[in-house]
Design a binder for this molecule. Structure first.
Ligand SMILES: [Cu+2]
Length: 646
């Protein structure tokens, strides 16, 4: 590793303006200096993660968060020794350095350099080369290797190693889409520390599917259609939001924007400013998607295929640089993101975060049959988003804020399906998407962490079902509809499933603030109610993805409980994250609480998803519920003078 260009004592003048601002390049370099001076960065130590160690909430809210800290996951490429380090950039010292025990703590995330290293290791292995040659694949320059996190399956020889399992794809011509040509039946197990293949599973041989999936190739896609007329979005007076550093204000909303190599986009101190006097009412202290798991459903030799994209691969690190007019239309404000490479050197991802405003159809509308009033108002939303590419898939993470107080999170999954060879006949675990080409079924299960502060720190969660009532003395004709409200008072009670048949929602209530009728102010979480983890509850992946067993969890705020599947996910034996968080069964009624929400599609691929997949959407909505005393958008003016009558 080389020395740093910016010294620690320079950070004061290039430091952040707010304790929740993302770590700056200068801070990363300063932190690196501190670690180097403490002897933690001897070659070949690499950074598997490097990011801001956020100040505890109490310190931020009281203005006492003066100390800027960074956290680094260090791994020695020769010994595998892994160290979880926290440094104070302000205090210029190492706060803690804990060495992991991989058998109980798991392994550090995948490094950027692992991709190239694995490719080299696999292509030097005689057993793997012979298996490829037997399949007629002699030229390894035309094979792409795909390192997949290993999981933990109770095989002693595997579980003690820092390892990946490697699937292969053929790319016969330079621009072929390799995912169209899986070399199935074979996997190489690579020990990343010994830098060798220690096992090749070679279970069956199927022909490599031949049909091109190169959607850039006119021969595959056909000529571009000429029938789409331009759509242009103009805001002649500019957008209605202001971005001051990382602080974003739009209409009644304000928030701070953060970004992290592991979590990607993070939103902080989301609040609503009342019209009268501008008093800020907090809603969410911190909103993020700290984990996602993509477990595949093919039980053959590739049973281990399940990626934790955030904890194992770090979704934020692979954020795209967005292009105006291509990725984003209209009046766009961009923020850059700063992450680091394997050596802890800062790397700027230009235009990583996109902020813009969208017309969103009708906000409210009424033609009154008695007084003749004809009114129409346009809804708008503020959009804060980023896109990332993790292997074959691309994910867009979008947060929407609406004029009426609604908050929405939407994830757009696109990119290319992960493929296998189709064995022919009935194969229940995958869809044949091109001749001999299969796309196995899988789930994309995201975990949202919503550190709720609805009108303050004291919150509680109520499960609200709707149901009809049987005919009885109070309900003689059986038409009664009621809400059934169940308060979740302890963490052990909080593992809940959605239930569309009962219209189930979860209401986060303030236990201090009341509306004009004396009822608690609240925000309600509307889930999509798609299946949670389908893997058997006794399966290894279920042990590692405890968060994905239910749609909802509620925990008491603890600054150390940040990641739904635990701090160290790669090759973790299981039980970390949510199951560990709720083990203490803390009181969550009227406390500072965090809501964790699992959502996302179970994906049986369609033919239409090949060779590149139209965006599939999933997400959830949070709506103010008696948070306001009436519709907060009565003051939105008609879009034009002729839109209002009566
Ligand atoms: Cu999918």
């Amino acid at each position: 590793m080389t020395d740093t260009a910016v010294r620690a004592d320079e950070t004061a003048r290039s430091g952040p303006a707010h304790p929740l601002d993302p770590a700056t390049a200068a801070e990363y370099l300063a932190g690196r200096d501190i670690m180097a001076a403490a002897g933690l960065l001897t070659d070949p130590v690499r950074f598997a993660y490097y990011g801001l160690e956020e100040a505890p909430k109490g310190d931020v809210l009281t203005g006492a968060a003066a100390d800027r800290r960074l956290r680094a996951f260090l791994v020695n490429l020769d010994t595998g020794v892994s160290t979880d380090v926290v440094v104070s950039v302000t205090g210029r010292k190492v706060i803690s350095a804990r060495q992991l025990d991989p058998r109980t703590d798991g392994q550090m995330p995948i490094l950027e350099s692992d991709f190239a290293a694995v490719d080299e290791i696999v292509k030097a292995d005689p057993g793997w080369l012979a298996a490829m040659a037997r399949r007629g694949l002699d030229d390894v320059s035309k094979i792409r290797t795909c390192p997949i996190t290993a999981g933990v399956f109770g095989v002693a020889d595997d579980d003690r190693r820092r390892m990946v399992r490697v699937l292969a794809f053929a790319q016969p011509r330079e621009h072929d889409l390799a995912w169209a040509h899986p070399v199935d039946g074979i996997a190489a197990y690579v020990d990343l520390i010994e830098k060798k293949v220690f096992k090749v599973t070679d279970e069956f041989e199927l022909a490599v599917p031949a049909e091109s999936g190169d959607y850039d190739d006119e021969a595959v896609r056909g000529p571009h259609r000429s029938t789409l007329k331009p759509i242009e979005i103009t805001q002649p007076e500019g957008p209605s939001f202001t971005l001051n550093g990382h602080e974003l204000r739009w209409q009644d909303w304000s928030m701070r924007i953060g970004f992290d190599a592991r979590e990607g986009l993070t939103l902080h101190q989301i609040g609503w400013h009342d019209h009268d006097g501008g008093h800020k009412r907090p809603v969410i202290y911190r909103a993020s998607i700290p984990e996602m798991v993509v477990p595949y459903g093919d039980p053959r030799f590739r049973y281990w295929q399940a990626y934790f994209d955030s904890g194992e691969y770090l979704v934020g690190k692979w954020a795209n640089s967005l292009e105006l007019g291509c990725d984003c239309l209209g009046e766009i404000a961009y923020l850059d993101a700063t992450v680091t490479d394997d050596t802890g050197q800062p790397r700027t991802i230009a235009n990583a975060i996109c902020v813009h405003e969208e017309d969103f159809g009708i906000l409210w509308k009424h033609t009154d049959i008695f007084n003749g009033s004809v009114q129409s108002r346009r809804q708008r939303r503020l959009v804060v988003s980023y896109f990332t590419t993790v292997g074959n898939y691309d994910y867009g993470f979008y947060w929407y804020f609406y004029l009426d107080g609604t908050i929405e999170c939407e994830i757009k999954a696109t990119g290319v399906l992960f493929t296998s060879a189709h064995p022919g006949g009935e194969h229940p675990y995958s869809t044949e998407v091109a001749p001999g080409l299969a796309a196995p079924a899988h789930q994309h299960l995201f975990s949202a962490r919503l550190d709720m502060t609805v009108d303050g720190l004291a919150n509680a969660v109520e499960e609200v079902d709707v149901s009809g009532r049987p005919i009885g003395p109070d309900n003689p004709y059986g038409n009664a509809i009621v809400q059934e409200v169940t308060r979740l008072t302890r963490e052990s009670q909080s593992g809940r499933r959605a239930d569309d048949s009962r219209g189930r929602t979860w209401r986060v209530v303030s236990t201090e603030q009341r509306n004009r009728f004396g009822h608690p102010t609240s925000f309600t979480l509307y889930p999509e109610a798609a299946p949670v983890l389908l893997a058997d509850p006794a399966s290894p992946v279920a042990a590692r993805a405890g968060f994905a067993q239910n749609h909802l969890w509620v925990t008491r705020y603890d600054p150390d409980q940040r990641y739904s599947a635990g701090d160290f996910v790669n090759q973790h034996p299981g039980g970390a994250g949510i199951p560990a968080f709720i083990a203490g069964d803390r009181d969550i009624d009227g406390a500072d609480i965090v809501v964790w929400h699992t959502f996302g599609p179970t994906h049986f691929p369609r033919l239409e998803d090949w060779p590149v997949m139209p965006v599939a959407r999933c997400g959830f909505v949070l709506k103010p519920t008696s948070f306001f005393d009436r519709n907060p958008t009565l003051d939105v003016p008609p879009p034009a003078s002729h839109c209002s009558a009566g």
